[in-house]
Write a protein of this length. Structure first.
Length: 283
């Protein structure tokens, strides 16, 4: 298992994205490109390294390209330009069969909206990724035992025969986590996996992920909308626009709006609430 390296990855959504690469590289804004051409910039000129066995957190506001970025790592989305290297090999050069093996054997994914099969039990859902690789009945039976162990590890022992509709949101996400872990894939992609959960359940799931990571040392790419929701260990990368100054050094320009938004929220939090006693103190 080696590092994951992205080099100048850019994604433009639209019918003729390649024709617009020069304009995007020259600095056209997302709004200008949309108004003038009908194309949208999903990811612009991203270069980063994700160390093997670490948890790498990507934080950004809604619409900043977090989910687009993580879906490049298993080629659910194809970039307009750039390179994506696993162990020094560019996965963009994989043919369809090699890409299927790569997705099946080396990566797993946990989605925000659970993505469980409603007609399959908890046990069948967790074993699904394993059974895709199974060659015979004996292997599928062994896969069920592996699935049972991971169901127990995420705290759902006794729920193996239940269906997703019979579980709470937090329990469904535990099923998704167990399914991703069961395949023993070296890279786990977590696309806002806990964002749809209540705060207390979200914190519990984050703590459980941290405990498992200290034992398993998987490479985890953890997508989260803001720092308070991304309490996972590891390096972080904030989505941003990149520019180069005259000396050729890269500098990062963060938009002022998110900071102002946080400042306003904190200011509101210090204001006293409305009085319900007509302004008189209680006796």
């Amino acid at each position: 298992m080696g590092d994951i390296v992205l080099r100048k990855v850019t994604k433009i959504f639209g019918p003729t994205p390649a024709r617009l690469l020069d304009r995007v590289r020259a600095g056209v804004t997302k709004e200008e490109l949309l108004a003038q051409t009908g194309h949208t910039i999903g990811v612009r000129d991203v270069s980063l390294t994700i160390e093997a066995g670490k948890c790498f957190v990507v934080m950004g506001l809604s619409g900043s390209g977090k989910s687009t970025l993580v879906r490049h790592l298993n080629r659910l989305i194809e970039p307009t330009a750039g390179e994506i290297l696993f162990d020094g090999k560019d996965i963009l050069r994989l043919d369809p069969e090699a890409l299927r093996r790569f997705r099946r054997d080396r990566t797993s994914m946990v989605f925000q909206r659970f993505a469980l099969f409603p007609h399959k039990t908890v046990l069948e859902n967790v074993a699904y990724g394993l059974n895709v690789q199974a060659r015979d009945r004996a292997e599928r039976r062994a896969n069920l035992e592996t699935a049972r162990r991971w169901i127990e590890r995420v705290g759902l022992a006794g729920y193996e025969a239940q269906y997703p509709s019979q579980l709470s949101g937090g329990m469904q996400q535990r099923v998704g986590l167990a399914r991703a872990l069961a395949t023993d894939a070296e890279v786990m992609l977590m696309d806002e996996a806990f964002s749809a959960l209540d705060p207390l359940i979200r914190r519990e799931m984050q703590d459980q992920l941290i405990r498992l990571q200290t034992e398993l040392h998987r490479t985890i790419v953890f997508i989260t909308p803001r720092p308070g929701r991304g309490a996972a260990p590891g390096r972080s990368h904030r989505d941003h626009e990149r520019r180069r100054d005259r000396a050729g050094r890269q500098r990062r320009r963060y938009p002022a709006a998110p900071r102002n938004r946080v400042r306003r929220a904190l200011h509101r939090g210090r204001q006293p609430g409305p009085r319900t006693d007509g302004g008189r103190s209680a006796a």
